[in-house]
Design a binder for this molecule. Structure first.
Ligand code: PGA
Length: 249
């Protein structure tokens, strides 16, 4: 596992750069995408690059980590709508190949046959990845998840007072995420410092779903100075390399 500790802007630049180089090198790659506050600046950079350098998404397939149950695709709070607003409508992607988790057999078949080349992840304040909440199985595949109180509190801010926030979502499971060829987790801001420390410095446990990523062979974490501020970087599990840390468990 590699850990880069950078300024927030530099972290977003690097992640966007990694995605753009994958798309350039493999124009028909499958990208695993995330929603929330963290990826917004990354998508902005991808859109800028598309405008300036014409990086094409025409043959790219995308699969998002999760989608709320009970919201229409064009509902302002659906994750499809989020992706449309922040990325899809600004680039030349074919919307037919932009997938969101569902329990329909067509989707499950597509999922079983697909390889995610690069999975982008944020981390929830409770350690969730996608909507894989604490206590869930590491063996889970696509499933309907009941959101925890903490997740509802974290995400309520996106919903206007007139809209009842869904309490359930369909999410890729931990097993689906772990099958991705490469994973990038981004943690920025002071509010992510404590969960990032627990994820990296405590034993792997399903009480902290993101901790399982320590078992994946190709994970890169981009943290800003604030999110990394509580890490015990003098511990022997952090090996200092040129520009990053290799984390050994
Ligand atoms: P955030 O959410 O990017 O809004 O912090 C991350 C997550 O809950 O996975």
């Amino acid at each position: 596992m590699k850990l880069y500790i950078l300024s927030k802007d530099k972290a977003y630049d690097c992640v966007a750069c990694e995605i753009i180089s994958l798309v350039t090198q493999y124009p028909d790659a499958t990208l695993g995408l995330a929603t929330g506050d963290t990826p917004i600046e990354i998508y902005k950079r991808m859109v800028e690059d598309h405008k300036q350098n014409h990086t094409s998404y025409q043959q790219i397939q995308t699969i998002n980590l999760d989608e709320y149950v009970g919201l229409a695709n064009d509902h302002p709070n659906s994750y499809r709508n989020y992706m449309h607003e922040h990325l899809f409508k600004h680039v030349d992607i074919d919307l037919e190949y932009t997938y969101f988790p569902s329990l329909e057999s067509g989707f499950l078949k597509w999922m079983s046959q697909s390889i995610i080349h690069l999975q982008l992840l944020g981390i929830g304040n409770n350690g969730h990845i996608g909507f894989n909440e604490p206590g869930g199985s590491f063996e889970s595949s696509v499933h309907e998840a009941v959101l925890t109180y903490e997740t509802i509190q974290q995400n309520r801010k996106y919903f206007s007072s007139q809209v009842i926030m869904p309490k359930k979502a369909v999410t890729l499971g931990i097993k689906d995420i772990m099958k991705a060829q490469k994973i990038i987790l981004v943690a920025t801001g002071k509010h992510k410092a404590s969960i990032l420390k627990k994820m990296l410095e405590e034993p792997i446990s399903n009480r902290l779903p993101a901790s399982i990523l320590k078992k994946h062979e190709h994970v890169t974490i981009y943290a800003d100075f604030e999110a990394a501020s509580l890490l015990d970087l003098s511990h022997s599990s952090y090996i200092k390399k040129e520009g990053f840390y290799e984390i050994c468990n």
